[in-house]
Ligand binder design. Sequence first.
Ligand SMILES: [Zn+2]
Ligand SMILES: [Zn+2]
Ligand SMILES: [Zn+2]
Length: 86
Amino acid sequence: MKVHVQKYSAVATWKWDVAEDEVCGICRVQFDGTCPSCKYPGEDCPLLVGKCGHSFHMHCIFDWIGTESSKGLCPMCRQKFEFEES
Ligand SMILES: [Zn+2]
Ligand SMILES: [Zn+2]
Ligand SMILES: [Zn+2]
């Protein structure tokens, strides 16, 4: 069966089988878009790639890490979230 994938809204569709590297694991927006706090795609919303291999918008992961419940863990795999500092 051929599945025809139409352009869909990542916000409205919660799918666990979306490739993890195509959308931000926190806001579910594709990486060529911005996180919900940003208006324009581009330099102000870089990606951070954690050592665990998961990647997020910088603003999304910083907001997440800033919350008490995160305990500094990656929201995807629950390992300690660390990233290479440039
Ligand atoms: Zn995001
Ligand atoms: Zn942003
Ligand atoms: Zn992870």
